[in-house]
Design a protein around this ligand. Structure first.
Ligand code: SAM
Length: 233
């Protein structure tokens, strides 16, 4: 375990290899935030989506089936071979434009080309990573997005109302006892890692579902020398 009490990459991989399809049982609290993220992330006009930590491919399936334009492309990666297999099977109907790859086992995305995607999607992944890894992922998101592309993130955050403050305090205590009790995830604010000189903040909301608070963040990618924002307005 690292000093910041987050799962190491190896621990995360082992945990999610074992967790497998049980990940989908988290939808009872994740879905409200994910619905909002889909709305705010303008996926109906996306052309090329990258997902970091795609899990079983549940969100990708929903996007490809119901939201994305019929010719939009999707690339998902995950650190867990079990998740890559599950997501690959789930997305087979879209195999001409959707691929799922095994991640590098770090926070780096060296296999991904720069200036390529117009959406960088990640849900309930950054909240299990160390602050240094979160910074690396956000920096990689900036590299692989086209100017004006959107960073779209959801994850566990601090409570915003009396019930969610109580529930999220209990969550934090569980995480301190053992991160594995809560899948490695703990309340964070991704907004704290998104610097305004590289990102245009568009939305940062807290959605509470049954007392579990999730941050929904959308930020536009600013690149030096780019005056026009192709996606973010
Ligand atoms: C809590 S699950 C969320 C899965 C999915 N995004 C969802 O919302 O259902 C976290 C996922 O992140 C993956 N993950 C953790 N660390 C990762 C890393 N360094 N690179 C890629 N995926 C990672 C895990 O294997 C797992 O599938």
């Amino acid at each position: 375990m690292s000093a910041t009490q987050t799962l190491t990459h190896e621990e995360a991989q082992r945990f999610y290899d074992r967790f497998g399809t049980k990940q989908d049982s988290q939808s009872w609290y994740e879905d409200a935030a994910i619905d909002r993220l889909i709305e705010l992330g303008q996926f109906a006009t996306a052309r090329h989506v990258f997902e970091f930590g795609c899990g079983t491919g549940r969100l990708a399936e929903r996007l490809l089936r119901d939201v994305l334009p019929s010719d939009a492309r999707y690339v998902g990666i995950d650190i867990s071979p079990t998740m890559v297999r599950l997501a690959g099977e789930r997305l087979q109907a879209w195999s001409d434009r959707a691929t799922v790859q095994l991640g590098e086992g770090t926070a780096l995305l060296r296999q991904q080309p720069s200036d390529t995607y117009d959406r960088f999607l990640t849900t309930y992944v950054l909240d299990l990573m160390s602050p240094a890894d979160i910074r690396t992922v956000i920096s990689e998101a900036h590299r692989v997005l086209v100017p004006g592309g959107l960073l779209c993130a959801a994850g566990i955050t601090r409570g915003c109302c009396p019930l969610s403050k109580m529930v999220m305090t209990a969550w934090r205590i569980l995480h301190r006892c053992s991160p594995k009790l809560v899948g490695g995830c703990r309340p964070i604010s991704v907004a704290d890692f998104v610097s305004p000189d590289r990102w245009q903040p568009l939305h940062d909301e807290t959605v509470s579902s049954y007392g579990i608070a999730s941050e929904v963040l959308v930020a536009g990618c600013r690149k030096a020398g780019e005056l026009s924002q192709r996606v973010a307005r």
